[in-house]
Every structure is written in structure tokens, then in C-alpha cells.
Design a protein around this ligand. Structure first.
Ligand SMILES: [Zn+2]
Ligand SMILES: [Zn+2]
Length: 191
């Protein structure tokens, strides 16, 4: 006597392809593997696994290592020049020129890499802008530091806080504004 086959619906448990202990019903819509919420990446075309996303991005980021280095080096070199000139045009000049100059730097850096995008280039370009701005304004920064020190020493006799904050704002704000706007523009262009 044979046993009747069991047709009762069996809820088959499925698990994440990466995290074998995490139960999930979600599948990558490209390769079909199961993935837990931690592994799923939301894309414009639905949820995908990290590997599929990475592979898709690989078609987008095609710059060689050399092209990426060249790109970031161009940002750094031009950042030294722009970072020297623009903060010296005072706050108004920095506000006015930093974005267009940043876009131009990004464009030249992009062309220097034969118009190929690099995965880490936008972030490294920000580092290059900040570093070059620091170097280009080393004189101003160390001067300001000395003024702060002097003001601190005089603070025992007179109230220097108003003068001090004015000097800080006057000297540092063009540098800060330039660095922020320029890195934003460079990042936007290279992204
Ligand atoms: Zn996949
Ligand atoms: Zn997972």
C-alpha cells in the first residue's frame, strides 16, 4: 500500500544568499538570488543585490587607475591656483566665482581622464580641493592664528572678543566659502 502523496502546500523557507541565517522572500530582479533587507539595494529599476549593482556601476565607472590619479592631480594643481586667488577677492569674490571656477576645474579634470568616470574620483576630488585650499592659504591661516594668540594675551586687560570675531570672519570666511562651493562644484561635475 503506497502512501498518498502529500499535496498540502509547503511554505518553503528561503534565505539570503549572503546571510544564510536570515529568512527572506525578496529576490534580486536581475539575477534572482534571495537577499535580505541588508543586502538589497533599491535602484530605479527595483531591488537588486549588491553584486548586480556593482556590475552595473562598472559599466559607468570606466576610468583606469592612471586616469583617476591624473583627474585628482589636476583638481589639486588647479585648486592650488584657485585656492590662492579666490579667497583674496574677499567674501563677495569667493561667493561669486567659486562655483563657476569649481565647475571649470571639474570639467578640466574630467577631460584629463579622457572623459572617463572613476568610482572614487568625486570624493578624492573634494579632498584635493580642501588640501590645496589649506596649502594655498597657509600664510593667512598662520597669521590668523597669531592674531588669535595675541588677542588671547590682551584679553586680560581689554575685551578683544568683538575685534577677534571680526578678524576671524573677515579672514576665514572667504577661505571657507571658497572651499565649500568649489568642492561642491567639482564633486558635482565629476560625479
Ligand atoms: Zn543580483
Ligand atoms: Zn543578506
Amino acid at each position: 500500500m503506497s502512501q498518498a502523496p502529500n499535496y498540502a502546500p509547503v511554505d518553503e523557507k528561503t534565505f539570503c544568499a549572503v546571510h544564510a541565517d536570515v529568512e527572506t522572500a525578496l529576490r534580486c530582479n536581475r539575477c534572482g538570488r534571495y537577499m535580505c533587507p541588508r543586502c538589497a539595494v533599491r535602484t530605479e529599476v527595483g531591488y537588486r543585490c549588491r553584486e548586480c549593482v556593482y556590475e552595473q556601476q562598472g559599466k559607468f565607472y570606466k576610468a583606469t587607475q592612471r586616469q583617476q590619479v591624473v583627474s585628482v592631480a589636476v583638481v589639486f594643481a588647479l585648486g592650488l591656483i584657485a585656492g590662492f586667488i579666490l579667497p583674496r577677492l574677499f567674501l563677495i569674490g569667493a561667493l561669486f566665482f567659486s562655483l563657476p571656477v569649481g565647475v571649470a576645474i571639474g570639467e578640466l579634470a574630467f577631460r584629463a581622464a579622457n572623459r572617463q568616470r572613476g568610482r572614487r574620483v568625486p570624493q578624492l576630488a573634494i579632498v584635493a580641493v580642501v588640501l590645496s585650499a589649506l596649502i594655498a592659504n597657509l600664510g593667512t591661516l598662520s597669521d590668523t592664528l597669531q592674531v588669535v594668540e595675541l588677542a588671547n594675551r590682551l584679553a586680560r586687560q581689554v575685551d578683544t572678543s568683538a575685534v577677534l570675531s571680526e578678524i576671524l570672519i573677515q579672514r576665514l570666511s572667504p577661505i571657507v566659502v571658497y572651499t565649500a562651493l568649489c568642492s561642491l562644484a567639482v564633486y558635482g561635475r565629476l560625479r
